[in-house]
Design a binder for this molecule. Structure first.
Ligand code: MV4
Length: 503
């Protein structure tokens, strides 16, 4: 096992990896930017090195500075977390050159999966079902038109270097093809510096289902079942769960097998995720493979009992996987809500700032993977995530009930958060029924919410009337009683339906 690991990340994921290091008895080093001098990850680590100014380009994304910090601190391995350098094949090569073990797959695996067309070719050759379409980037307008006609409209144009919905265009009819192709190419060029695109059949109202895999360097592979990630907003996942309500044991086993074949095709080492689109008939199609630890890994940990981060570290240190496929059992249900410093009432604009007070929920089946504390200032320079709130229950109903309970007592002051948004989703009948797809938040949920402002206004009026009544009653009570303590704080009455005094 390693003696010392450097964590090349920040926030909640750096803290998550630090916890794994502690449990393994491995010393930890972190890097931090000038904006993160007082961050939780820098406090939590055994050792911390400042690697530059706030902009990520000059700190967390600067390969030379990260390597230098690893050298100075004598770290034998680097955990990249997610984002930043996590899927950068040049970083993987540099680590190899410096004889520092990267806790992740090879540069080759990253490069293959980083190109969507190369990934499609590679996994299709391994027998994995991919979304019907071209396996190569397409050079000319005429060729795009020919393939689109062959596949049949609607089609999707996607950037070869893409991911996350950038450089992606839905084309419903042939007359839009030329102009949409130009848009897709220019978006791809500016986002990835590569304007090549390819064509896929459009899957209507799909669900996004992904399979977690783990591999070691001896060619052993296991899958840890699926995560349902269809609850997204503008291609950002906001709620994830495991298992998925639509995945049957048979489909799970089949998807797990093909995910392992995809991993084997690139000699994958460590933790990785195969993303699939699933249509209404439960046909599934490989979309892409993420060659990193993912934000939503905790829901899998909660239902399998496997610590994915510790397992990642062990296989990177050259150990064999500590269990076999038949040892993996999913028990109960887990849900994750991503709590962001964003204002849901103002189109989710980021709300960086100082967290003036913080109260984190606990109790049975509740886990809060946080990167902040009361008094911390969320910097404007990075993703404004506050924490991931994860619940576990014996079934989906209990996991939802616990999530509602936890969200309702989650207090963050000083910044706006997405907690109220999550409370509304947890009450939405479609969500409760498990009846949703990737269009749910943007097309179904917000439409329904917009139709309810009158309801909210009426509720506000009724609440104001009750409050006025209680205040008047209080005034007359304190006048009569001549209470020696003086008038009591109003909230003691206002919050409790029974009007019972506790203090
Ligand atoms: C698709 C698709 C339908 N058909 N590809 C969006 C992000 C990128 N990772 C892939 N995406 C999609 N690709 C075909 N052929 C629908 C989406 C999609 C989506 C996928 C996953 C999660 C949320 C989504 C929201 C809108 C569209």
């Amino acid at each position: 096992m390693f003696q010392k690991i450097l964590i090349a990340n920040r926030g909640e994921i750096a803290v998550r990896v630090l916890r794994a290091c502690r449990e393994l008895g491995v010393r930890s080093v972190v890097v931090f930017s000038e904006a993160d001098r007082k961050s939780l990850h820098a406090r939590y680590a055994d050792e911390a090195h400042c690697i530059g100014p706030a902009p990520a380009r000059e700190s967390y994304l600067d390969i030379d500075k990260v390597i230098e910090a690893a050298r100075k601190s004598d770290a034998q391995a680097i955990h990249p977390g997610y984002g930043f350098l996590a899927e950068n094949p040049r970083f993987a090569e540099r680590c190899e050159k410096e004889r520092i073990r990267l806790i992740g797959p090879s540069a080759h695996a990253m490069r293959t999966m980083g190109s969507k067309t190369l990934a499609r070719q590679t996994v299709a050759a391994a027998g994995v079902p991919v979304v019907p379409g071209t396996l190569e980037p397409i050079a000319t307008d005429a060729e795009v038109a020919r393939f689109a006609r062959e596949i049949g409209f609607p089609v999707m144009l996607k950037a070869t270097a893409g991911g996350g919905g950038k450089g992606m265009r839905l084309v419903r009819e042939e007359s839009d093809l030329a102009s949409f192709l130009r848009m897709a190419k220019s978006e791809a060029k500016s986002a990835f510096g590569d304007d090549s695109v390819y064509v896929e059949k459009y899957i209507e109202n799909p669900r996004h289902i992904e399979i977690q895999i783990l591999g070691d360097r001896f060619g052993n592979y296991v899958h840890l079942g699926e995560r349902e990630c269809s609850i997204q907003r503008r291609h950002q996942k906001v709620i994830e769960e495991s298992p998925s309500v639509i995945v049957t044991p048979e489909v799970r086993e089949a998807m797990g097998k093909v995910a392992i074949e995809a991993a084997r095709a690139v000699k994958y080492e460590g933790a990785g995720t195969c993303e699939f689109l699933m249509d209404r008939n439960r046909n599934y199609y490989f979309l892409e493979m993420n060659t990193r630890l993912q934000v939503e890994h905790p829901v899998t940990e909660m239902v399998t009992g496997i610590d994915i981060v510790k397992e990642q570290i062990r296989v990177a240190a050259g150990e064999k996987l500590s269990f076999r496929q038949e040892d993996v059992k999913q028990a109960g249900h887990s849900i994750e809500c991503r709590i962001y410093a964003e204002d849901p009432d103002r189109n989710f604009i980021p709300c960086p700032g100082v967290i003036t007070s913080l109260r984190v929920p606990g109790g049975p089946g509740v886990r809060d993977d946080s990167g902040v504390y009361a008094g911390f200032e969320i910097p404007i320079h990075y993703d404004p995530i506050i924490s991931k709130l994860i619940t576990w229950g014996k079934d989906r109903e209990e996991a939802i009930a616990r999530m509602r309970r936890a969200l309702s007592v989650y207090v963050v002051t000083g910044v706006k958060t997405t907690v109220p948004f999550h409370i509304r989703v947890m009450r939405n009948r479609h969500f409760i029924e498990g009846n949703f797809d990737t269009n749910f938040i943007d097309q179904v949920f917000f439409k329904e919410e917009r139709q309810r402002p009158l309801e909210h206004q009426e509720m506000a009026l009724i609440t104001a009337a009750i409050q006025a009544y209680r205040e008047e009653r209080m005034r007359s009570m304190t006048r009569r009683a001549g209470d020696a303590e003086g008038p009591r704080s109003m909230w003691k009455y206002a919050g409790r339906p029974s009007g019972r005094k506790l203090g």
